[in-house]
Design a protein around this ligand. Sequence first.
Ligand SMILES: [Zn+2]
Length: 474
Amino acid sequence: MRGPGRFAARGSLFAVVAALSLVHAQAPAPKAIDWNSLRPEILQHYRSLVQLDTTAGHETLAVDYLKKVLEAEGIPTKTFALDPKRANLVARLKGNGSKRPLLILAHTDVVGVQKEKWPVDPFGAVMKDGYIWGRGSKDDKPVLTANLMTMLLLKRLGAQLDRDVIFLAESGEEADTYGVGINYMVREHFDEIDAEFAMTEGGGADIQDGQVRRVNVGTAEKVPARVRLVATGTAGHGSVPRLDNPLIHLGAAVQKVGLWQTPMRLNETTRAYFQKLAQISAPDRAAIYKALLDEKRADEAQKFLREHSPGEYSMLRTSVVPTMLKAGVGANVIPSEAEATLDIRALPDENVQAFYAELTKVINDPALKVEPIPQTRPASPASKLGTEMYQAMERAAQAIYPGATVIPSMSTGASDMAQLRAKGIQSYGIGPGSTEADAINYPAHGDVERLAESSLYPFVRYVWTVVTDVGGTR
Ligand SMILES: [Zn+2]
């Protein structure tokens, strides 16, 4: 992997020179940057951040690191903490005020790990086979690193800006039951982060044959609408079988909803997404996408995607995924209650109450109740295509990943863009390059997470190029 990776990276350096001159023509970037010489610094910050165990409750570790790095270069920082162990950090580089600010943000927290599943230390940022391995190596420390490097370079090069560029490192994106991160910042300190545009996780770039072929810009996302399924029955002795044993009822219900093919529905973003894919994909895959857009043949296409491309399958519908089971106190005890958690992700325009009613019909068992779990994300409108920001992102993609197609996409996951979009900030999702196999086998939140080193550097350049294009003085 290392060989081709390096070759690809070296090849794209020429593209960057071209990219920078392209940016110069539109928005004079301050000075030429020797990206090659910046690699050790980029890698060092990235690895240092991955090495911090910032699972929920420890985010201030990252804030302390960022504060030190930013302030050492004369960039003032402010921290805002509802919980001192879960602080948020804001840094602002002032523009001339002719345009409204640009917010670049990343979350510092990572999801937990099951150590025994990892071939290496999950917080070692171990470099092996051309990858950097570690929890957070994809989600979300590449964005955090790219944003950090962008701030450092803007400052070092004395960039002239039309807009303030605001850096936000926020806690509690993965688990924010107490509202310590974006909810707190939006509610209590919105003036610190208010912006016309925002850019953060929620997009990505697909690598095929060693090259980025497609850049997804996140313009919309699904809305979490989780529920608990609660089965009740009569408690009793484990030696006496009972038909109302809640485990039996729950098990059957979990199987039904887990295999339920919810109705397929396209929206503006996903229709554009699949139309574009139909144009650029290899013939056999293009045929699948074309079939998907044809009512009569959509079923066969869905069947294929369900098996071979679960992420795209999820984009077609409100999805229902059983994720947790809770029941029992002893091997010889029938409990009176058993519970499953369903991670439901609704399409942005879904009528959630009506969906729960449909779910109840599918389960068709009076022993079970569907209990909605309170959500921390507001419903959020899709961001617009064709804005100054979106166009800058398209230009940057063309410059850094020549020949790649830019596609607006709807994330099946949720991000802190929901809160920002709900406040009227046009927000766009980005992410480093990944092969399809890597996205499936080493996904964000997966047992093991890793990022190709060769994906890190172009991604930092991409962020830098977008920010200087949309924020730099023309
Ligand atoms: Zn994330």
